[in-house]
Design a protein. Structure first.
Length: 415
């Protein structure tokens, strides 16, 4: 029982707060409107931590990677596999959400006009949009969540420069690493209030829309579960099939994979933590025949920057918000933006210890949604947490098989 509460306690409390908030919004709308300031206070606490959190986390991650030598030639193949699998996850998410209408028209009629007008529907030249998204014209503008992507790029460059400075940058590196730990602790303290803060905010949201939005969340959950099964049994099997060959048949590789994947899969579902699953994932990967040095590189690195389940979830969040404000999911520019933001949210920000809120703020900022919509998609992150973790962990095991196979092919060519 203690283990169960340790693994699921925070998620259960968050879901309990959201459910109580929903009930309050349905049955006591006036009370729900009255507690909205509590929710806004909580979100504002998160907002003011976003800039330093992203800076310290991103810069420290790059410093650690460079210090461990993982920015060299060895990691190129790993990153290529991660990127390819993440792109496929994003495309599957787009195809899935294109077939199922996550939000019905009756569920977005309530949206205030100011929010719809600010949802990124203006026509901005593509070149200007790219410049505005990737850069800021002044350093002070980086200190705003409105320029989140530019902040991520600046932080990554800063972290690399600190590592490249060698001994002269040692003091700054210690400062960055210390700052990252402090921000992690600060976020963990504020997140204790998440069930109350998000519950109050969600109560006001439901009081405004009625219970109709709950149908949208149910459709999100059911569709995500369906795509989880597709990934777990079909797409991952195809990856393993591709990873087979040279020394053993593809069927033997597939059989070995399914014989050993259950332990890390069960651990992922039981702990809802990719980090906690690393030991069992590395052990299972080596039992599948992957070279130890590859397993010990791919699994830890993938735990931080390769999360197929998170990419899939990010696509769902973006499409859900676009449907909520009546914004069509069409056009090459829009589709590329969804895929790009989903990859960045899952790859760059997934390791930031903010209970997912950093990613939600990032989505709203880059895609042009009102900050008040952060609370709406936090609910999606909570209800898909378990299947998303399962896909994240299994995706890293499969990635190790693919990297091992690609390494074998390279060695064969050299021979």
């Amino acid at each position: 029982m203690n283990t169960f509460l340790k693994n699921y306690g925070s998620t259960l409390l968050l879901l309990a707060g959201i459910i109580l908030g929903a009930l309050c919004g349905v049955f006591w709308p006036q009370a729900a409107h009255a507690v909205k300031p509590i929710g806004e206070i909580f979100l504002n606490l998160i907002f003011v931590m976003i800039v330093p959190l992203v800076f310290f986390s991103t810069a420290s991650s790059i410093c650690k990677l460079r210090g461990s030598g993982m920015l060299g030639r060895t990691v190129v193949t790993i990153l290529a596999v991660f990127l390819g699998m993440s792109l496929i996850a994003a495309l599957v998410g787009l195809l899935g959400t294109a077939r199922v209408q996550l939000v019905l028209p009756s569920e977005w009629d309530w949206m205030p006009g100011s929010v719809q007008e600010g949802a990124g529907q203006g026509t901005v030249p593509i070149a200007e949009a790219i410049v505005g998204a990737l850069t800021a014209s002044d350093f002070s503008l980086l200190l705003s969540k409105e320029h989140m992507l530019a902040l991520v790029i600046f932080s990554a460059l800063f972290g690399y420069a600190v590592g490249a400075a060698g001994e002269k940058g040692a003091v700054m590196e210690r400062f960055i690493l210390s700052g990252s730990e402090v921000m992690m602790k600060m976020v963990s303290l504020v997140m204790v209030l998440a069930p109350i803060g998000l519950g109050c905010y969600f109560a006001d949201t439901i009081a405004s829309v009625g219970a109709s939005l709950l149908g949208g969340y149910l459709r999100v959950l059911l569709l995500y579960l369906a795509l989880t099964l597709l990934f777990f049994f079909v797409i991952n099997s195809l990856y393993v099939w591709l990873a087979g060959g040279r020394g053993r048949s593809r069927w033997e590789t597939l059989k070995t994979y399914w014989a050993h994947i259950w332990e890390p899969a069960a651990t992922a579902a039981g702990t809802v933590s990719s980090a906690a699953t690393m030991p069992s994932a590395m052990a299972a990967t080596q039992r599948m025949g992957v070279a130890p040095e590859i397993a010990e590189s791919v699994i830890p690195l993938g735990t931080n920057i390769h999360k197929d389940g998170s990419v899939l979830g990010a696509v769902f969040k973006i499409v859900f918000l676009m449907a909520l404000v009546g914004r069509p999911v069409s056009g090459a520019g829009t589709l590329l933006a969804i895929v790009g933001v989903a990859l960045l949210e899952a790859v760059v920000l997934s390791a930031v210890p903010s209970g997912g809120l950093t990613g939600e703020v990032f989505i709203c900022s880059v895609m042009g949604f009102s900050p008040e919509m952060v609370g709406i998609i936090v609910v999606i992150g909570a209800i898909i947490d378990i299947p998303a973790t399962l896909l994240n962990v299994n995706g890293n095991v499969v990635a190790a098989l693919l990297v091992d196979r690609l390494g074998m092919r390279k060695k064969t060519k050299e021979e």
